[in-house]
Design a protein. Structure first.
Ligand SMILES: Nc1ncnc2c1ncn2[C@@H]1O[C@H](COP(=O)(O)OP(=O)(O)OP(=O)(O)O)[C@@H](O)[C@H]1O
Ligand SMILES: [Mg+2]
Lengths: 605, 272
């Protein structure tokens, strides 16, 4: 391991023209000890926290690989591994040597992992020997059994130490492998966990397509991938990753380099492909999966609306749920027979027009007084308005109109030109309805962004004072974003009312606003694809405020995980999963300018 | 090039007039009872030591600070109390002393977005992608390119699609002027346009300021510390000191004025 290895280093973005040469590996014990201590203790605290939040016990029921690995253990294993990998990370700076990875990284990983494991060891031993039921509300015999592997606590302690050290070492080892093996490893891990997470969808789809024998082999009857199939899957994916040799990246950069007409064609092809898949696939999916898709769709619609407000115009709106609520309630009042005040019940599509106009007006009324404020103040005020709207629907004062805490029930199905009736009993139809409106919302966002108005929103986001001085009526233009966002949100509300068949004030808590905002931030503010991806990952996998996701076991810990994801995102990739080019620039433009300067060429877009 | 009013020089009429204009921040009188006029097609320089109130004058004209007394007439009508965007729409554009571009928008977009108040396609046009919308978009783009090509090859070509923050300092200043031009003003306020430029660039921009007036027909007020530029471009010079106009006239007249020399060089012992 003494010869410098170039290929083991992570690929840096930008061109490698001016990279510093690698220096021979450091000696195995020349460590930055504080760094190891820091990483190790962060992982240790994280693990103890996870254990005490009772997550492992709850998640233990969900198997990843049939007899060997459950989600519960996975959440405990991942931290020492991450710590071990991370501590081998070298920051590259001009004039500071970059060491080629070697034994040093492995030993560091081992130490980090062992430190992390020590946390759990200590916890296991403490839990057995002291009565900690009182301060630790989640203490349970199950947790103890899980932590001590149904054995003595000392045994558990030693095992956790060993597991931590092993995972940390594995993390350190990942620094050594070449790019191909690294890619293969990552693909394998992603494929296996992905297959496990998507289990219900895959099984459902296979059933629809008549491919049950395949999934019967892959998954165990009671959940989880069979261990031998997992090995097979891993082998297959590893092979694919090695033979693929970054074809995906090539395709991506090829696509990025397309110009003009070719680019339009390529994009058109991609859009048609996605659309076809989205239209055809649900036909083969069962009720539960379609329900999941419909829920994700409702949040995509909401997130697209909020994206116009937050992502394009840069107005931080923390009360977006208000428009979802107004949309739902308006649709309910107009279509439901239980609403006494407005008697002629009108069909859903007709009601939809009223819904959109009315919510637009509500947006105008809420927006007009507050939109002159900037930044934090605006955020706080919108937060307040979101609550006010919910409380109005809840109030006794207006209960004649909105049914108070009882809300509305028996909201009829949404009739579409007498062709079909869409309600919650057939989630597939709901999904198609949502899909149609999402398509509309995407079109609206896309067209507006590339217009005079979109540019004005951008300018307002960049510098409001200057935008005003350049002749943009900032109040009007911000108000417009607010109203368009409100209208898109109301569509989601109207579908929601017809889908669920009832609306209650409790469906419109602040939490909904926050979840939508997290979806937008996580996915990538200002980017349509990003926002959709964000909704798919957060709502689809983890679940919405009240809707279960694929990992329904996470339901209890959803907010915890949202929070953790958001923090990690802000640290690692503040521009989001699939970022908007401009947002990336805003967040990184100093670095980019510097890179360009170093390379003696103007920065690329 | 859009047909701007070329010089109608028979009777120079005041395009901008400040009457008794005063601005104060708390107890500080940044501008005191300033009377000044700018005629159609005239280049007026405003000079004065640091803190004299020059930028404050621009801020007052463009409604970014509140006026405590007096009035500002633009083309004979008061613009006092208007929103800044309305002032721009009336036909006054400005640049900023500390360059303030839309840093993450491309060079072209910076100029395109500044035509906002001269264009009118709204959401429906954009959503239905109407003919009128497409025509207007094409026009906006076309005009933006024209304006950028006023600066030679510096801002067109590959640079048009680059984010504004990637421009050199001099180019940023140029882009600010381009952005002001894009609002199709009658009067442009330039706040220290050559600050930070090297002598070659300064000379070039000096010529441009004249061309802005001669070819595009703008009236111009320019704040400048570089006396070479002031001498080159100005038809008239207004000197401010501590918010008060202490002299006015041609460059030659002003430069010989003892009060001006005193303001710049100070007396033996500065008074409080
Ligand atoms: N927003 C403000 N609030 C308080 N005081 C201000 C404000 N803007 C300007 N001033 C003060 O008003 C005075 C005039 O400032 P101004 O910026 O107009 O000077 P200037 O002539 O442009 O100077 P310079 O040549 O340095 O640009 C200064 O004393 C300044 O501190
Ligand atoms: Mg100034």
């Amino acid at each position: 391991m003494s010869a410098p290895r170039v290929d083991g280093l992570p690929q840096q973005h930008g061109s490698p023209t001016q990279q510093m040469p690698l220096v021979a590996p450091r000696s195995a014990f020349a460590h930055d000890w504080t760094r190891i201590a820091r990483m190790g203790s962060i992982a240790a605290f994280g693990q103890v926290f996870i254990a005490l939040s009772n997550m492992p016990v709850r998640l233990d029921e969900r198997l990843i690989i049939k007899p060997v690995l459950s989600l519960g253990y996975l959440v405990l294993l991942i931290l020492p591994f991450a710590a071990g990998y991370r501590q081998g990370h070298q920051i590259r700076r001009e004039g500071v040597p970059t060491y080629s990875p070697g034994l040093n990284e492995v030993v560091g990983g081992f130490l980090c992992g062992a430190l992390a494991g020590a946390g759990l060891s200590l916890l296991t031993i403490l839990l057995t020997h002291f009565d900690l039921r009182d301060p630790l509300v989640n203490w349970s015999p199950m947790l103890l059994n899980l932590l001590s592997f149904d054995n003595s606590s000392w045994f558990g302690g030693v095992i956790w130490l060993a597991i931590g050290a092993a995972m940390g070492t594995a993390g350190g080892l990942l620094r050594l492998v070449g790019p191909t093996s690294r890619r293969a490893t990552i693909t394998i891990v992603l494929a296996v966990t992905g297959a496990a997470v998507l289990e219900s969808v895959v099984v459902d789809l296979a059933e629809g397509l008549g491919l049950e024998p395949l999934t019967d082999r892959l998954y165990h009857r009671r959940g989880g991938i069979n261990w031998n199939s997992a090995l097979g899957l891993a082998g297959l994916c590893g092979l694919l990753a090695v033979t693929g040799q970054g074809r995906l990246r090539q395709a991506k950069s090829f696509h990025a380099q397309l110009q003009g007409k070719q680019r339009t064609q390529a994009n058109g092809g991609l859009i048609i492909l996605t659309a076809t898949l989205l239209i055809v696939l649900p036909l083969f999916l069962g009720k539960l999966t379609n329900e999941l898709l419909a829920n994700v769709g409702l949040f995509v619609l909401l997130a697209l609306g909020l994206n116009i407000v937050v992502g394009l115009a840069g107005i931080l709106d923390l009360g977006y749920v208000a428009f979802f609520a107004v949309g739902s309630y308006t649709a309910a009042v107009l279509t439901s027979a239980t609403s006494s005040r407005i008697t002629p019940e009108i069909p859903w599509l007709a009601a939809l027009i009223v819904v959109v106009i009315l919510t637009g007006l509500v947006g105008l009324f809420i927006g007009a007084p507050v939109i002159r404020m900037r930044g934090d103040y605006l955020a706080i005020v919108t937060l307040g308005f979101g609550e006010i709207i919910r409380l109005l629907f809840l109030s006794d004062w207006l209960s004649g109109w909105f049914g108070g805490a009882q809300g509305f029930t028996k909201i009829p199905a949404a009739g579409i030109f007498g062709l079909t009736e869409v309600d919650g009993t057939d989630p597939r139809r709901v999904f198609y309805l949502v899909l149609a409106f999402c398509a509309l919302a995407i079109y609206v966002s896309w067209r507006l962004e590339r217009s005079r108005l979109g540019r004005a929103w951008m300018a307002v986001r960049e510098d409001e004072t200057v935008a005003e001085a350049m002749g943009i009526n900032t109040v009007n233009i911000k108000l417009l974003a607010f109203v368009v966002g409100a209208m898109l949100g109301s569509l989601s509300g109207a579908i929601f009312a017809a889908k669920v068949g009832s609306v209650f004030p409790s469906s419109f808590q602040i939490l909904v606003s926050i979840v939508i905002l997290v979806v937008v931030i996580f996915g990538g503010m200002g980017n349509i694809v990003g926002v959709i991806a964000g909704a798919a990952v957060l709502i689809g996998v983890l679940g919405g405020p009240k809707q279960p996701g694929l990992l329904a076991e996470f339901a209890e810990f959803k907010l915890l995980i949202y929070g953790a994801l958001l923090i990690w995102m802000m640290l690692a990739k503040p521009e989001g999963l699939i970022p908007n080019v401009r947002r990336t620039r805003e967040l990184h433009h100093h670095e980019m300018a510097q890179d360009a300067w170093l390379q003696g060429q103007p920065p690329r877009r | 090039m859009t047909t701007q009013t070329t010089l109608t020089e028979a009777m120079p009429t005041a395009i901008l007039e400040t009457r008794n204009l005063s601005v104060s921040f708390g107890g500080l009188h940044a501008l005191e009872e300033l009377d000044m006029q700018v005629s159609q097609g005239e280049i007026v320089s405003v000079i004065g030591p640091n803190g004299a109130g020059k930028t404050t004058l621009f801020n007052a004209i463009t409604a970014t600070v509140d006026i405590s007394a007096g009035d500002i007439l633009f083309e004979g009508q008061s613009v006092r109390g208007l929103d800044p965007n309305k002032v721009t729409t009336r036909g006054i554009a400005r640049t900023f002393q500390n360059v303030r571009l839309f840093a993450n928008m491309s060079v072209l977009e910076n100029v395109m977005v500044s035509q906002h108040c001269r264009t009118k396609q709204h959401a429906f046009g954009a959503l239905l992608y109407t003919k009128a919308f497409r025509r207007e978009e094409a026009e906006i783009r076309q005009r933006a390119t024209e304006i950028l090509s006023f600066f030679g090859t510096r801002l067109i070509g590959y640079r048009m699609d680059q984010p504004a923050f990637s421009l050199s300092y001099a180019n940023r200043r140029r882009l600010e002027i381009a952005r002001a031009m894009a609002t199709q003003p009658k009067l442009i306020l330039l706040d220290e346009p050559v600050a930070g430029m090297n002598p070659v660039e300064t000379a070039e921009l000096t010529g441009m300021i004249r061309r802005l007036r001669d070819e595009w027909g703008f009236a111009i007020i320019v704040i400048e510390h570089d006396m070479g530029v002031v001498r080159e471009v100005s038809d008239r010079v207004v000197v401010l000191d501590h918010g008060v106009k202490i002299a006015e006239g041609s460059y030659e007249q002003v430069s010989k004025n003892s009060q001006v020399i005193e303001a710049y060089l100070g007396k033996g012992v500065p008074e409080k």
